[in-house]
Ligand binder design. Structure first.
Ligand SMILES: [Zn+2]
Length: 352
């Protein structure tokens, strides 16, 4: 199903490109700017089973994006500057921001050098448990479990279930099914318990994944001192905030900010909601982020920034740089706003 959806999106992007429809849509839907969303930036991995591949792009693709933006005379700015332009209604030049979620070490090793080539600023959103080396990167753990296993057992909705993972196709189907099930678990502890059980049963060291992929506080300290780098908050545990009580959701936002500020001795004024889709961030979370004093907060809802976005600074949409679509020719489509406009049924702002 995910493969089908991904093929349909690819066909849509290609159709927009080849028909030139994005040229017609650009004046209406390019908006005043965009916020790009990335996760990992690293060289291509050779392994066959990579269900999380949408979360990573290569340094070469990042360079192609920056080259494209420069060729269109689009300013690459910080989130503070985006905030200023939106609140002062300074839309004289188109802009783009670069944001990276979770705090991966490859952001320092592969993304930063490319950003430096263009003197382009970036914001990295840190989940404080990840920087502690205690984060649950359950989607990466699930990938490792299924890669190793011939079959996976789990109790899904009260039913003991055995899922075949013996072939590449079976592994992908199993990943989709288990991924959707794990994301549907509501309590912060339910997901941790279930993925913990799977890891223990299949010999996957969950804590090692976090330490291998994420920057520690020590590493973040020097990373945050780089001229182009800003650090934002991304909650403490990387939970689905919308599924938590108001008290917990609010504490996830403010505690993560307090921990980053005390560890890095820098003010944190920008937030990214974990998962960030409609199921994980809605009106209540947008209000909480605003009450907590964040200048901006970003979702993973697809969209460009419009002048009206100034009224929804804690519900900003982003444009995903998705590892499944790393062709340079789709870049004009992405910056035209055509792809996100179609996704949103031609609404400009979606902040409810
Ligand atoms: Zn995240």
């Amino acid at each position: 199903m995910k493969q089908l959806r991904s093929n349909v999106i690819r066909a849509g992007l290609e159709a927009l490109y080849f028909t030139g429809a994005h040229h017609l849509l650009r004046p209406l839907f390019a908006g005043v700017g965009s916020i790009f969303m990335l996760h990992h930036v690293r060289p291509v991995r050779e392994t066959q089973f990579q269900p999380n591949r949408h979360l990573e792009v290569t340094p070469e693709f990042l360079r192609a994006v920056l080259t494209h933006l420069r060729s269109r005379h689009i300013d690459i700015i910080t989130l503070d500057e985006l905030h200023r332009r939106l609140t002062e209604r300074d839309f004289s030049r188109p802009f783009a921001c670069f944001t990276f979620d979770d705090g991966y070490r490859d952001n320092r090793d592969f993304a930063l050098p490319v950003m430096q080539e263009f003197d382009a600023p970036l914001t990295v959103y840190v989940a404080s448990d990840f920087a502690d080396g205690e984060g649950k990167l359950w989607w990466a753990a699930l990938e490792m479990v299924i890669a190793k296993a011939c079959a996976v057992e789990a109790t899904i909705d009260g039913v003991a279930t055995r899922i075949d993972t013996s072939t590449p196709a079976a592994k992908h189907a199993a990943f989709d099914r288990l991924h959707d099930w794990l994301r549907s678990l509501s309590g912060r502890n339910d997901l941790a318990r279930e993925i913990g059980t799977l890891c223990a049963r299949h010999g996957v060291d969950e804590a090692a994944i976090c330490r291998e992929l994420c920057m520690s506080w020590n590493e973040l300290k020097s990373f945050a001192n780089e001229k182009l780098v800003s650090i934002g908050a991304h909650s403490v545990t990387h939970c689905n905030l919308a599924q938590q009580s108001e008290e917990i959701a609010s504490a996830e936002m403010s505690t993560s900010r307090a921990r980053i500020e005390s560890s890095l001795q820098k003010a944190v004024t920008h937030l990214a909601y974990p998962y960030g889709d409609r199921l994980a961030a809605g009106a209540r979370e947008f209000a909480l982020a605003s009450t907590a004093g964040f200048k901006t907060a970003v979702t993973t809802r697809p969209g460009m920034i419009f002048s009206e976005s100034a009224k929804h600074l804690t519900a900003l949409p982003r444009v995903s740089l998705n590892g499944n679509y790393q062709q340079a020719r789709i870049l004009p489509v992405l910056t035209s706003g055509a792809a996100t406009a179609i996704w949103n049924g031609f609404r400009r702002v979606d902040a409810a």
